[in-house]
Design a protein around this ligand. Structure first.
Ligand SMILES: *Cc1c(COP(=O)(O)O)cnc(C)c1O
Length: 393
């Protein structure tokens, strides 16, 4: 019996943790197998292989049994040596945050930082790497979620490879919701998870690691072993013939199995298209209501999150609380530097459906009107519905 007095939300439109598919939740309720049982070891290998297929890489996926933040910190710990110069690209809170981990391990951190409603300019990366040929590792966040903006990842990847750098990509809140793959962006370490666009649980990290990155980790004498932050401990764990260094999160692996089946069966292109359509419908509604998008330019607005500027004279907390109270709809707040400045509507996994753009515009506009803002909800809904109709022309 729960003693919680707060009513449960009706619809959660957040940008992570986001709603999970019923099929995934069902899979997570399967029996918890002994990790050394031949059944589980074979099952684990199959899940690692199908996850690799979803990422379009040949090597079975590396799974780390904790939320993706752990996989990212582990990458900093394992890949970056004490003599390495790191170029960190920061267009938001997550990008900036990687730098705090990187400085612990590197010789020097070079940073390109842009305003958190902007994106990294690939030419600036080229210039920085030309000026500092000793830069060895480059880190970038594809979709910096607390800003709802995306970086031109494939262009950045090509430049980093031209300069022979090792590229770390945080694609936690973009993979599964748009066309992004380790091969296309030439990532050496590609980090994602099932908890955002794939509609699964947030407790496991999915990674693809290049041979160059494994070589660098093997050569890094400072890299951790027998540690929760060790990637090398888990390098061969995908194989049914190899022991696990620690206990894998069995139920999360059961969930991941369903997550990947779901994604591959629906078809990645179809999944990306509904993320894109929902986001476009949402952006059209936001603008037609008389509100402003947070992104400086619409081309960099993510298809998996729509960040809306908090109108002058209004409090984001109040707007979100009102949307929750009147409609049972939950939105995400900003985070750190973007906290209080924007409201985020997530279109991830099961909520990347056009009807949720209608829900979001209604609940956001309705809450604002209740608070005395003159948001034009009718115009917003019309614009949203026009985008949806045009997709079926
Ligand atoms: C959600 C997210 C992560 C992972 O953070 P957790 O706290 O582990 O959920 C990492 N990077 C980005 C860009 C994210 O959106």
């Amino acid at each position: 019996m729960s003693g919680i007095k707060v009513k449960e939300p009706v619809i959660t439109l957040t940008s992570g943790p986001a709603a999970a598919y019923p099929r995934v939740l069902q899979a997570m309720s399967k029996p918890v197998q002994y990790d050394y049982d031949p059944y589980f070891q074979a099952f684990y290998e199959e899940v690692a292989r199908k996850t690799a297929k979803a990422m379009r890489v040949d090597e079975p996926a590396l799974l780390i049994h904790a939320e993706p933040a752990v996989g990212i910190e582990a990458t900093a710990a394992c890949l970056i040596g004490r003599d390495d110069v790191v170029l960190n690209l920061a267009s938001g809170v997550y990008g900036k945050g990687f730098g705090y981990w990187a400085v612990r391990y590197c010789k020097e951190l070079v940073e390109i930082e842009v305003p958190y409603n902007e994106a990294i300019d690939p030419e600036a990366v080229d210039a920085a790497m030309s000026e500092r040929p000793d830069i060895k590792v480059v880190s970038v966040v594809h979709h910096d979620t607390p800003s709802g903006t995306v970086n031109p990842l494939n262009e950045i990847g090509r430049i980093v490879r031209d300069h022979d750098g090792l590229l770390i990509v945080d694609a936690v809140s973009s993979f599964g919701g748009m066309d992004v793959h380790p091969g296309d962006c030439m990532a050496d370490v590609f980090i994602t998870g099932p908890g955002k666009c794939l509609g699964g649980p947030p407790g496991v990290t999915i990674m693809a690691v290049s041979d160059r990155a494994w070589d660098q980790m093997a050569a890094n004498q400072d890299g951790p072993t027998a540690s929760i932050l060790s990637l090398t401990d888990w390098k061969d764990a995908w194989s049914k013939d190899h022991a696990f260094p620690f206990t894998p999160s069995v139920s999360e692996v059961n969930g991941l199995d369903a997550v990947i089946d779901n994604y591959l069966e629906e078809g990645p292109e179809t999944v990306w298209a509904r993320h894109d359509l929902t986001a476009r419908a949402c952006r059209a509604g936001v603008k037609a209501m008389g509100l402003e998008l947070w992104a400086a330019r619409e081309e960099i607005a993510a298809p998996t999150t729509t960040a809306v500027k908090v109108p002058d004279g209004f409090e984001d907390k109040e707007i979100r609380a009102t949307a929750r109270e009147l409609y049972g709809v939950v939105f995400s707040a900003g985070r750190a530097e973007t906290d209080g400045k924007l409201i985020r509507i997530g279109h991830m996994g099961p909520t990347a459906e056009p009807i949720y753009a209608v829900v979001a515009i209604s609940a956001l506009g309705g809450a604002l009107r209740k608070l005395g803002h003159n948001a034009d909800v009718n115009a917003g809904l019309e614009a949203t519905m026009d985008v949806i109709a045009a997709a079926h022309a």
